[in-house]
Write a protein that binds this ligand. Structure first.
Ligand code: HSE
Length: 310
């Protein structure tokens, strides 16, 4: 068995407008790189480097990667100890699944070093235990795409039922990260406990339309369906210039555009890589107009699990 492993954990866009807490997709850049090394004593020793690493706890119980591995070891009743180094390529609090990327890569790497006692599906619950450290809630729309790749539908949380949605060949993502942070836990607290029945009906219709749009590669239907009646109006207030940024993406021909996860990143879908890059540039320009510098990442949907680098 190998003594160490390096894994790249993928960023992800959650909610995808109409799928609050139940739809997410993976992107390959940016990503977190984790290194796991077996040690002869129990416990997890964590070190961190990269974007925002000084804001993240190295206590394994308060670290998404550490907690995910602890959950896995607990299920195996294993005393195996690890050194875990997390190199953050994804800024924490940016809205593209920073905590999930670390949790997915860490749990995937630990499973590999232990001889794969769990299937990829079985790893999800441990990844979710890690993710909960950051979000304060049990949601899987970042961790599931980070672990499985592709576009994921969380059909049910209890019991957990995770479904792969089809990824049309010419579907591209732009994710723009303004230089500010939003704490997911706080961004969940501002949401109302209840939504009016009318909004729930609209959301159900849009979510169904979105999944059918993916099945049929019907981008008009996808675009019509990418409307959020649960979270966007509440969270848009936290992102300076959000409406203008969204407007700029739609003006450039985006299929749809919305807040990525709990923000502040804004994402858009489009039908070519060239368009995705132009849309990313337009959104960066709009953020600049309100005094925020930002970075755009344009790519196809990433369809694979975390990558083993060595
Ligand atoms: N679905 C979660 C939320 C994603 O919107 O709170 C957080 O990235």
């Amino acid at each position: 068995m190998n003594e160490s492993i390096r894994i790249k954990g993928n960023a992800s866009v959650a909610n995808v407008s109409c799928g609050f807490d139940c739809i997410g997709y993976a992107i390959s850049d940016p990503g977190d790189i984790i290194t796991l090394i077996r040690k002869n004593t129990p416990g997890i020793d964590i070190t961190m480097s990269g974007f925002g690493s000084d804001s993240i706890s190295c206590n394994p119980n308060n670290n998404t990667g550490g907690k995910a591995v602890l959950s896995l070891l607990d299920a195996l009743k294993s005393n195996q100890g690890f050194k875990l180094h997390i190199e953050k390529g994804i800024p924490p609090g940016s809205g593209i699944g920073s905590s999930s990327a670390s949790a997915a890569a860490a749990v995937f790497g630990a499973n590999e070093l232990l001889g794969n006692p769990f299937s990829l599906n079985e790893l999800l619950i441990h990844g979710m235990a890690g993710e909960a450290v950051a979000s304060g809630g049990f949601h899987a729309d970042n961790i599931a795409p980070a672990l499985f790749g592709g576009i994921i539908l969380v059909r049910s949380y209890d019991p957990l039922d995770i479904l792969n949605l089809p990824v049309p060949g010419n579907l591209f993502s732009s994710a723009v990260l303004p230089k500010m942070t939003i704490n997911t836990m706080e961004a969940r607290k501002i949401l109302p406990e209840m939504v009016p029945l009318k909004n729930a009906v609209e959301q159900a219709g849009n979510l169904s339309g979105f999944t059918l749009g993916l099945h049929e590669s019907d981008y008009d239907l996808l675009g019509r369906s990418m409307v959020d009646h649960f979270a966007e109006t509440h969270r848009a207030k936290l992102i300076p210039g959000y409406e203008e940024v969204r407007g700029s993406a739609l003006d450039m021909g985006a299929i749809g555009c919305g807040i990525s996860g709990s923000g502040p990143a804004v994402f858009a879908l489009s039908d070519s890589l060239e368009k995705a890059q132009l849309i990313g540039n337009a959104m960066v320009k709009q953020f600049k107009a309100v005094g925020l510098s930002s970075q755009a990442y344009s790519s196809p949907i990433h369809t694979n699990p975390p990558e083993i680098l060595g």
